[in-house]
Design a protein around this ligand. Structure first.
Ligand code: NAI
Length: 443
């Protein structure tokens, strides 16, 4: 029997980050991954989709190049776009594998089963361990009664393997995944119809600002957004989606992006690990399950299903194993970006949440339209909005516009460290930059 300090099940963002932290603090770590190291994020999530978004951004630049005094035309070579995406994924996964191996982490490319509080079995081999970390992630939720077929009815993973740009792409679910893929394929030339069951896209953000501005961005990207549209069934033979009002929409490919569900294997359940009503592994603030030497983190536990939340969980769990208590932050303070063109970024509470929770706030705002650098980029459509509460503390911030996903990092440390927004007044922002949009809101 092999002996390790820690066994980690799942080599996605949460799993590999925990492995890195623990190994760098001298722990003997074994990491089990039945598929590819890097998990969804690196192999079929954040990274490949952002590679495609980057190609779409180039198309957007070409389309608007005349504004810059440059005449251009463009032709899409989809196979090269997909090959570039693959190359990026390969480069990053290979780099990660090498890094983990160099750190002395044992990687077992097999499925692992928890057989006891200190016992793992994988490929008929037994592993005796002090701690176990479950980081088994999530999968596409799909739609009841409709199976993915990998050909025409696609999951978010399947769509990354298309060989050609579909003429008519129908996307079900205007959340983050549906909207990002709709953006990519609309810029690539597909006629995209995006169906959303609720009255607005991005409903789960609980922010009217994001829902309304997001709707404008999607429409401006050429996407035919149909909200309050409920899918009843799919006629795969006729390639037709049938809505609850009996209207029918034809497609060449359909993407189902109706959310994700946690992966919790039966071995964890059999061991008596507690599961929440919504199917997540229950954990305390240290990411411990009800069995104290077994931790769980990332998408298989509660909180937003985001790679960087999994990184954060890994940090909390690893340092707890190492004997340090890190304070758990409020999950609404986990920032996020939606990579439409332009991007939408947010951290903390929205106005709607403040009203709902009866929290007093005042709002400070500025616009990209007043910013010199934005004018040079022809990127004058954009908003900065920050909510201020008692003692000048920042309750929440939303930035919508070019490079919002980078700009928001000026505010995140203030929120996470409870620093009043007035600290920003004492900072000199380089001129001319987009970051001055933040400064312009302060006075
Ligand atoms: P989501 O929950 O954000 O959106 C799913 C959407 O589908 C919802 O708006 C829902 O109302 C709609 N829907 C559900 N059933 C429907 C039906 N029958 N007909 C029409 N619409 C229907 O989930 P999504 O986009 O799949 O993302 C899953 C997770 O992955 C989220 O937690 C998301 O934050 C995360 N993610 C984050 C990214 C980022 O940070 N940029 C990128 C991709 C995913």
């Amino acid at each position: 029997m092999q002996k390790f300090d820690i066994a980690i099940i799942g080599g996605g963002t949460g799993g590999y980050r925990a492995a890195e932290i623990l190994a760098s603090h001298g722990k003997k770590v074994v990491l089990f991954e039945k598929s590819n190291i890097g998990g969804v994020c690196l192999n079929c999530g954040c990274i490949p989709t952002k590679a495609l978004i980057a190609s779409a951004e180039v198309i957007e630049q070409m389309k608007t190049s005349e504004k810059f005094g440059i005449k251009s035309s463009h032709e899409i070579d989809f196979s090269k776009i997909m090959a570039r995406k693959e190359k990026i994924v390969k480069m990053l996964t290979l780099g990660l594998q090498k890094k983990l191996a160099k750190m002395g982490i044992s990687i077992i490319n097999k499925e692992a089963f928890i057989k006891g509080e200190n016992l793992i079995i994988s490929d008929n081999e037994e592993y005796s361990v002090e701690n176990i970390i479950i980081a088994t992630g999530s999968v596409d939720a799909g739609l009841r009664g409709i199976d993915f077929d990998g050909e025409d009815v696609l999951s978010s993973k399947d769509i990354l393997s298309l060989n050609e740009v579909p003429q008519r792409l129908l996307v079900i679910g205007a959340g983050v995944i549906g909207s990002e893929f709709s953006t990519v394929f609309s810029y690539m030339g597909s006629k995209v119809t995006l169906l959303e069951f609720l009255p607005k896209p991005f409903f789960s953000t609980r922010s009217s600002l994001i829902m309304n501005e997001g709707e404008k961005i999607l429409k401006k990207s050429g996407i035919d957004l149909k909200t309050s549209s409920s899918v009843a069934s799919i006629d795969k033979e006729k390639k037709m989606v049938i809505l609850s009002d009996d209207s029918r929409l034809e497609y060449d490919k359909v993407l189902i992006a109706t959310g994700r569900i946690p992966v919790v294997n039966s071995d964890a359940k059999n061991l008596g690990i507690e599961i929440t009503d919504r199917g997540f592994i229950k954990t305390n603030n240290n990411k411990q399950t009800n069995i104290e030497n077994i931790y769980a983190l990332g998408d298989c536990t509660e909180g937003p299903m985001l790679a960087h939340k999994a990184y954060y969980d890994a940090y909390i769990a690893s340092f707890h194993i190492l004997g340090e208590n890190e304070e758990q932050m409020k999950m609404c303070d986990v920032p996020y970006s939606i990579f439409t063109i332009p991007s939408i970024s947010h951290c903390g509470l929205s106005e709607d949440m403040c009203i709902e929770q009866k929290i007093n706030y005042r709002k400070i705002e500025s616009s990209y339209a007043e910013n010199g650098r934005a004018a040079t980029y022809e990127a004058r459509q954009g908003i900065f909005s920050m909510l201020i509460g008692e003692n000048d503390r920042i309750l929440g911030v939303t930035i919508i516009g070019k490079e919002s996903d980078t700009l928001i990092h000026e505010i995140i440390p203030l929120i996470h460290n409870n620093i009043p927004y007035t600290a920003l007044k004492r900072t000199i922002h380089i001129h001319p930059t987009l970051s001055e949009i933040i400064q312009e809101a302060l006075f």
